[in-house]
Design a protein around this ligand. Structure first.
Ligand code: FES
Length: 459
């Protein structure tokens, strides 16, 4: 059963459930960091903002299951970006993330964030080759990282790229901090208020099928958009699950680490109530495709003990991440024709800094200001070749899983999104849908969309 370190002992905000229909300038759906930060920025600009969260608290779902790394070093992304985007655009991606992080940290105390260096490292020849390409991209883009083999890790690395003076955060406390600031600026945040229908033509969303919230602008900040058909995101987003553990340790690291080897591993430490914790994770697979996920946790648990000489982890949790074909998230109007409906998705495991970028891009667009990165994040950007290939692959994957579910898992409940058969996930004790990543707890309640209705466990 999932047990995220970030949710242990966290002091949730006392927030109400929506009890009456409302009108607002901006309706934000989703109370993760993207929704909260967007609400904060817009409320600060004087707009009437309503944020609706389906869970019992904000900042606990996707945000509360992340690694808490707040860095512009997003895996070996820059070598990839310069193959698809211009060097200027790739540099814009880096700058947008650095600026958004710096802007957000101005309002944050030391309790919620720490300065550390970020490292990408390789222990295999194949990984080293990848880092060589990434170093070359850093040079071309004039990024500040440097190559080193000196790390704090208890094993040798063949190569690493160090990016100094980046940050790590307690992601839930960071999100709660911004939720408090958003409320102070006048935003209205409601929990236990699940949006079950979006009627774009009527500029209205329905909460629990009953209450109406009418808006001028709508921000779908639900990780995977609950309306993903209009802009064809349903056929463009691929979803990966990955795993994390935390165990007690005696000292804090000065760096946070990510291997580019296969399988990848992520490492950082965190101080929770004066107790240092070692966070170790990695391994990923397509969401909803594996039943015996306990084996992923077991592998990580064994490595923590054998490679790092630490006690077996007491916290185990997993995360799910949609990604785009060209590695840059989709942030902006859902289509060119629906310029008042915004999405933010496809963060590819780098949701914390990209949430902050998304908040800046969307809040700028709503107040008619141009953000420097809005074009490269535009969900309707034209990456015809790779996006088309991705769409063909995903459509094939979805059709295969739909058919496979009906042939081999007739007893598994039907997903309430578009009807694929779910699959039991034994490590997290959830029902996961392989088609577009919806997740449900063992009682059928929605954990993660695009589904908005609970499972009928007898379906
Ligand atoms: Fe789309 Fe399940 S998430 S069918």
């Amino acid at each position: 059963m999932q047990n995220s370190l970030w949710l242990a002992g966290v002091e949730k905000l006392s927030l109400n459930k929506l009890s009456t229909s409302l009108n607002c300038d901006v309706c934000v759906v989703g109370g993760g960091l993207t929704g909260i930060y967007t609400a904060y920025l817009l409320a600060k600009k004087g707009l009437n903002v309503v944020l609706l969260e389906g869970n019992s608290s904000v900042g606990i779902a996707t945000t509360g299951h992340s690694t808490g790394k707040l860095t512009p070093q997003h895996d070996a992304i820059f070598a990839k970006l310069i193959k698809t985007f211009s060097e200027e655009e790739a540099r814009t991606y880096y700058d947008a993330n650095v600026n958004a992080i710096n802007n957000a940290l101005q309002n944050i105390s030391i309790d919620v964030s720490q300065k550390v260096d970020s490292y990408l490292y390789a222990t295999t020849e194949q990984g080293k080759k990848q880092l060589d390409e990434e170093i070359e991209a850093y040079k071309r883009l004039k990024l500040p990282g440097n190559e080193t083999t000196e790390t704090e890790l208890p094993f040798d690395v063949l190569s690493s790229i160090k990016l100094s003076n980046t940050s790590q955060i307690h992601p839930t406390n960071f999100a709660l901090h911004y939720a408090k600031l958003a409320i102070k600026e006048g935003a209205n945040i409601y929990v236990n208020s699940r949006v079950t229908k979006v009627v774009i033509d009527e500029k209205t969303v329905y909460v629990d099928d009953e209450l109406e919230v009418s808006y001028n602008n709508l921000v779908l900040a639900t990780h995977y958009p609950i309306e993903a058909v209009k802009g064809l995101q349903i056929a463009k987003l691929s979803i990966e699950r990955s795993y994390l553990t935390a165990t007690r340790t005696t000292e804090l690291l000065k760096g946070q680490y990510l291997s580019v080897d296969t399988p990848s591993r992520t490492i950082r430490t965190a101080l929770i109530n004066n107790q240092p914790y070692f966070i170790y994770g990695g391994s990923s697979h397509k969401a909803g495709t594996i039943e015996e996920t306990h084996s992923y946790y077991e592998t990580l648990q064994n490595e923590v003990v054998s490679k790092f000489d630490l006690p077996e982890p007491e916290f185990l949790w997993s995360a799910q991440d949609p990604d785009t074909a060209d590695s840059i998230p989709y942030v902006g109007p859902i289509t060119d024709n629906e310029s008042n409906v915004y999405i933010a998705t496809g963060y590819r495991k780098w949701g914390l800094s990209n949430s902050l970028v998304a908040g800046e891009i969307i809040s700028s667009a709503i107040t008619k200001e141009k953000h420097a990165a809005s074009d490269i994040y535009n969900p309707s950007r034209n990456q015809f070749g790779i996006t088309m290939l991705r769409m063909l692959n995903l459509i094939g994957f979805t059709v295969a899983n739909l058919a496979d579910g009906y042939l081999t898992r007739m007893d598994a409940p039907k997903c309430t999104h578009l009807g694929c058969r779910t699959r039991w996930n034994d490590g997290d004790e959830t029902w996961d849908c392989p088609c577009h990543g919806s997740r449900f707890d063992k009682n059928g309640n929605v954990i993660e969309g695009p589904a908005v209705y609970p499972l009928d466990l007898k379906s």
